[in-house]
Design a protein around this ligand. Sequence first.
Ligand SMILES: NC(=O)c1ccc[n+]([C@@H]2O[C@H](COP(=O)([O-])OP(=O)(O)OC[C@H]3O[C@@H](n4cnc5c(N)ncnc54)[C@H](O)[C@@H]3O)[C@@H](O)[C@H]2O)c1
Length: 288
Amino acid sequence: MLKDFQGKVAFITGAASGFGKVLAKEAAKRGMKLTLVDIDSDSLKAVADDLSKQTDVLAISGDVSLQATVDDAVKQAMAKYGQIDLLINDAGVVVEGNVWELPPHDIEWILGANVMSQVYSMHDVIPIMKKQGTPAHIVNVASIAGLLAIPGMPAYHTSKYAAVGLSESTSLDLQSAGINNVGISIFAPGFVQTDLHHSETHRPERFEDKNNPYYQSETFKNGKKWMEQCITTGHPLDTIVQPIFDAIENNTFYILTDRDYDGVLKDRAQRIMDTKGPDLGFLGQFLG
Ligand SMILES: NC(=O)c1ccc[n+]([C@@H]2O[C@H](COP(=O)([O-])OP(=O)(O)OC[C@H]3O[C@@H](n4cnc5c(N)ncnc54)[C@H](O)[C@@H]3O)[C@@H](O)[C@H]2O)c1
C-alpha cells in the first residue's frame, strides 16, 4: 500500500482544474513530484507555476483522449523521474441530452475523455508499476453516475459505468496476476463545486460541430442550466481530498464521499435482483 508519499511521483490527468488541481496540491504538500496533464494549457501553466515553488513539476498540455498524448506524457514522466507511484485518472467532461437528440459524436468525445484516457494510461503505467515492485496506486475518477442513472445523461452514464467496469475488472486482473504492489480505487462522488459545467470549453477541435441545430435546442440549453445548478450547489471541493488520500493509503476500492445515495444504491441492487428496470418514481424518493 502506498503510504509514504515523500519523494514519490504522481501522474495526474485533468490537473488544471477541480479535483485534479486540489489533488495535485495535496500530492505536492505530501512531498510528491508531479506530472500534470491537461487540455487547458493556460490553466495548467498557472497550476504548474504555483506548485513549482514547492516541488518538481512536469506540465504537459494535451488531449488525453488521444493515445499518443498519454504515451508521450508517460515517456516524458519516466525520462524526468524514472518512476511513477501514483496515477490519478481525473480528466473528464459532461454533456447533457437524450440519446435520440444528442449528436453521437458527443458520446464519442465523452468516452474518449472519460474512459479511453484511463485505458491508455493504465496500459502504459501498470507495467511500469509492476516492474518497480514498490507500493503504487491508481485512482480512477468515475462518479456516482457510474453506479446509478438519472434522466438526461446517457453520454455521461455510458462513460462512468464504463470507468467503473474498467476499474473493477482491472482490480481482479491485478489480483489474479499477483501484482500485489499496485492498488486501485474508483472515486464515485455526487455533485461537487468544480468547473465541470464548463466542459464545452474543453471540447477538442475534432468534435466541434457548431452549426449542428442540437446546440441551439431547448434540450441542450436546459441540460446545461440544470448541470450548472447541480455543480454550483454541490459539496465544497476541499471535502474530497482527505477521503481520496485515505483510500490510497488503505487501498480502499470504492471511494464514496456522498452517502446520501446509499439508499438508492441498495434499492438499485434489489431492483436488479427483482428484474425491475429504472423508474422515475423510484428515483424521485431519493433525488427529490
Ligand atoms: N464535479 C462533480 O460534481 C463531479 C462529480 C462526479 C465526478 N466528477 C468527475 O471528476 C472529474 C474531474 O472533473 P471536475 O469536476 O474537477 O471538473 P473540471 O472541469 O473542473 O476539471 C476537469 C479537467 O479535465 C480537463 N480535461 C477535460 N477533457 C480533457 C482532455 N480530453 N484531455 C485532457 N484534459 C481534459 C479539463 O481541462 C479540466 O481541467 C471528471 O472525470 C468528472 O466527470 C465530477
